[in-house]
Design a protein around this ligand. Structure first.
Ligand code: HEC
Length: 110
């Protein structure tokens, strides 16, 4: 009898553990800099990671909200730039937040 009780408690504990596991991805912050770095592979062809301006504006070290707002303004076509409009058209809000987290964490090279 005692054994059965212990088993039942184990099952409950296991169930709770599984619930936490399945919930954790959505509970994690949406702005994941590592995911932003992954997405940035598309950006680095034009925007330099070291923040130097070689004809294309540098985008590192920006405040998060400003970065997202600018990307949104290309997506909604308030800002006129064909390339950036096309690129941001494929980005979700989470993608933009992740990119903002990643680029915001970069410091200019001296
Ligand atoms: C093919 C080249 C190209 C690629 C790829 C590209 N950009 Fe751009 N981006 C530009 C150009 C050119 C501008 C300046 C456009 C303008 O004058 O509005 C710009 C502007 C921006 C700006 C605004 C800069 C400012 O000072 O106002 C941000 C932010 C930005 N890009 C982010 C990104 C991100 C994030 C990615 C990757 C997901 C990306 N760009 C990919 C060419 C590119």
């Amino acid at each position: 009898m005692a054994n059965r009780g212990a088993r039942a408690r184990m099952a409950v504990a296991l169930g709770a553990g599984l619930t936490m596991l399945t919930l954790s991805p959505s509970a994690a912050p949406a702005a994941d800099p590592a995911y932003g770095e992954y997405l940035s592979s598309e950006c680095v062809a034009c925007h330099r990671r070291d923040g130097q301006d070689k004809g294309i504006p540098p985008i590192i070290g920006w405040p998060r909200d400003q970065f997202i707002a600018v990307l949104q303004s290309y997506k909604t076509k308030d800002r006129q730039n064909q390339v950036m409009q096309t690129i941001t058209g494929r980005l979700s809000d989470d993608d933009m937040a992740a990119l903002a987290a990643f680029y915001g964490s970069l410091k200019p090279a001296n």
